[in-house]
Design a protein around this ligand. Structure first.
Ligand code: CP
Ligand code: NVA
Length: 297
């Protein structure tokens, strides 16, 4: 895997994903142990805000012996001041890897095409692969992937949902999506996930599931439709009544940030079965595995 990019959750085979998860567990067990990225530099491009992604990549690079450069939209004005491909070519000469959080998925694809160094997708409008890797690390820790846990995602068929579907398929798991009509995950993603089930009935999605997952109803860039979405998504809130339909020991996951009282209630988010903080922490360990694997070419 050294030298490769991580643009989509479908970029790695099942064997490679299991290898990344094993590396993540080893790194988690000894967070300040090996420093395989001595003097390596990861440049981070942010077209959108971030807490977890920025902090976990920065912490991860420091723990692995390397460093980061943070580039806000106003710093480079990618695509306006300079073409994306030119930004990629120059950055590939100056640093050892690029992490990018972008609006258009094609931007991160172009970066990966032209940079000549590994490019990691830190969220695009289409996917959030690092999140999905951390999610399945969390699911493995609590539910053991070998026992084939059923994952139910309730809400908007968005970037987080897409990467969860793709990685779930690679791992051989059933991922069910319960979403309002018109807000299903993209048809081309669903078509690649024969084990997945998409329904407009949130109760059918959650029934008996081992993991119940939700995300905000309006993602970054969709703020204008937030009010309309609040109305359309009302029946898709993960509250105690909906969560009670899952398996008795089911865990609750949310990529965060959460809009409390919208897609999830305080009772579920702060409840005993919520593992959202393990999940947020696992961003660090999962991404360290990705960095230590890809940036050592
Ligand atoms: N889950 C996630 O990616 O969080 P941030 O947007 O804060 O990075
Ligand atoms: N779907 C959300 C995820 C945030 C981490 C968004 O894109 O805003």
């Amino acid at each position: 895997m050294p030298g490769r990019s991580f643009v989509s959750a479908a970029d790695f085979s099942r064997t490679e994903v299991l290898e990344l998860l094993a590396t993540a567990k080893a790194l988690k067990a000894d967070p300040r142990g090996a420093r395989p990225l001595d003097r390596r530099v990861l440049a981070m491009i942010f077209e959108k805000p971030s807490l977890r992604t920025r902090v976990s990549f920065e912490t991860g690079m420091v723990q692995l012996g390397g460093a980061t450069i943070n580039l806000a939209p106003s710093d480079i004005r990618m695509g306006a001041r300079e073409a994306v491909a030119d930004v990629a070519r120059v950055m590939g000469r100056l640093c050892d890897g690029i992490m990018a959080r972008v609006f258009a998925h094609d931007t991160v694809v172009q970066l990966a095409t032209h940079a000549g160094v590994p490019v990691i997708n830190g969220l695009s409008d289409l996917e959030h692969p690092c999140q999905a890797l951390a999610d399945f690390l969390t699911i493995d820790e609590h539910k053991d992937l070998a026992s084939q846990p059923v994952v139910a995602y309730v809400g908007d068929g968005n970037n987080v949902c897409h990467s969860l579907l793709l990685l779930g398929e690679i791992l051989g798991l059933e991922v069910r999506v319960g979403c309002p009509p018109g807000y299903e995950p993209a048809a081309e993603i669903v078509a690649r996930c024969p084990r997945a089930a998409v329904t407009n009935d949130p109760r059918a999605a959650v029934a008996g599931a081992d993991v119940v997952y939700t995300d905000v109803w309006a993602s970054m860039g969709q703020e204008d439709s937030a009010a309309e979405r609040r109305r359309l998504f009302r029946d898709y809130q993960v509250n105690e009544a909906l969560f009670a339909l899952a398996a008795p020991q089911a865990i609750f996951l949310h990529c965060l940030p959460a809009h409390r009282g919208e897609e999830v209630t305080d009772q579920v988010l702060d409840g005993p079965q919520s593992q959202v903080l393990d999940q947020a922490e696992n961003r660090l360990h999962a991404q360290k595995a990705v960095l230590a694997t890809l940036l050592t070419a």
